[in-house]
Design a protein around this ligand. Structure first.
Ligand code: PLP
Length: 388
């Protein structure tokens, strides 16, 4: 008998991923599909990073690495965070993890006693509810609204905060591309302090910012002691497959979370950590180079959608996605995405895959070359117009 815990991680089965699965099947059967579904770069990890990995592995860094991460990488992440946020950060505030996903799981396991409420915002990154349930928390979604540009309302969070242990936020946001304003984050910080909540701040898109600036809530007054920041090199350095990320938080929390790694992952491969160290030392210019295609495609999106009456773009200030309101078609995001795939062989994610708040929307990942991306977007707009 297998425990149901793992099955229960996926809410309602895999419905939300139907379009994605069908697109994959069509591609496998030889039908060309324009794939705008998942958050995977259209470039691979830079050869210079691979070379650093190779030198490290051949140099013998293939044994067990220390669990909270190698000292040099923890120090590099700490320095990076301190430079960006102005918050004093030491290596002991940092734990290296196999990607952001496991950092999310570990952080919630540390922050949420079994059976307590863990709050998160809808629309959400697709794994969130399962991650929260996986640690034994009661996952409570809080709706945001398209009309508010999907900025969370602190009063709404406050209304759900009694008996909760944590709040999970994500800015720049997947799936909406929205960046939370200072006002939004200050409101959230106040709720966390008033209700004694841990704030788990998923900042894996922090290098992909097109308008305004990314503000880490850890930098707000009295928040460093109750915030766990999730970082990752998947998006910032096109290193999805290397599985490398981190948690930044109070030293006692980091030491506590390191206990989990000792009994689960046993750390991250030493040669991957060395490659990550090399990549981080390449500095912000390197990160800007990797982010540049998405900034270009976001500008293309704004341009193409300018004259469109039936498709509305949620102002997307960061990350590698745009969220489009297609309610004028009278279709759900799910029906629209299925029909778009069948009629035009273009695959996008239905808004419903990310919760209730983005119903009637679709998420478009800007993850193919500019020319094909622009062509797909124009086709999509023509299709919407033909339905209205
Ligand atoms: N958080 C968000 C919001 C994401 O979109 C993703 C991946 O798409 C992750 C976390 C997980 O990233 P990683 O590859 O670092 O596990």
């Amino acid at each position: 008998v297998l425990s149901p815990t793992l099955t229960n991680l996926i809410e309602g089965g895999s419905d939300g991923w139907e379009v994605f699965m069908r697109a994959r099947k069509m591609i496998a059967n030889g039908t060309p599909v324009t794939e705008l579904t998942i958050g995977e770069h259209d470039i691979r990890t830079d050869p210079s990073i691979l070379a650093a990995m190779d030198v490290s592995a051949r140099g013998g860094h293939t044994g067990y690495a220390t669990v909270p991460g190698i000292a040099e990488l923890r120090a590099e992440v700490a320095a990076r965070v301190q430079t960006r946020t102005g918050v004093p950060t030491e290596p002991e505030n940092v734990m290296i993890t196999p990607g952001g996903q496991s950092a999310l799981f570990a952080s919630h396991l540390a922050a949420c006693p079994f059976g307590q409420k863990a709050l998160y915002l809808d629309p959400y990154y697709a794994t969130y509810p399962g991650t929260l349930r996986g640690v034994g928390a009661v996952a409570v979604p809080i709706q945001t609204r398209a009309e508010d540009g999907f900025q969370p309302d602190a009063r709404e969070i406050d209304a759900h905060a009694d008996g909760a242990a944590s709040l999970l936020i994500n800015s720049p946001n997947n799936p909406t591309g929205v960046i939370y304003t200072r006002e939004t984050l200050e409101g959230i910080a106040d709720v966390c302090k008033r209700h004694d909540l841990w704030l788990i701040s998923d900042e894996v898109y922090d290098t992909q910012v097109w308008e305004g600036a990314h503000l880490s809530p850890r930098a707000l007054p009295d928040m460093a002691e109750r915030t766990l920041v999730i970082g990752s090199m998947s998006k910032s350095h096109a290193m999805t497959g290397s599985r490398i990320g981190w948690i930044v938080g109070p030293k006692d929390a980091i030491a506590h979370i390191a206990n989990l790694a000792t009994h689960t992952t046993y750390g991250v491969a030493g040669f991957v950590q060395d490659a990550a160290l090399f990549a981080l030392r390449e500095g912000p210019e390197f990160e800007a180079k990797i982010a540049a295609p998405f900034e270009r495609r976001r500008a293309l999106t704004v341009d193409i959608l300018k004259g469109q009456n039936h498709v509305k773009l949620i102002p997307a200030d960061g990350a590698m996605y745009v969220m489009l309101n297609i309610r004028a078609t009278g279709l759900s995001g799910e029906d629209f995405a299925n029909q778009l795939l069948d009629t035009h062989h273009i695959a996008v994610m239905p808004g419903e895959s990310f919760g209730k708040a983005a119903a009637g929307h679709i998420r478009v990942a800007m993850t193919i070359d500019d020319e094909r991306y622009a062509e797909a977007l124009r086709t999509l707009c023509e299709y919407v117009a033909s339905l209205c």
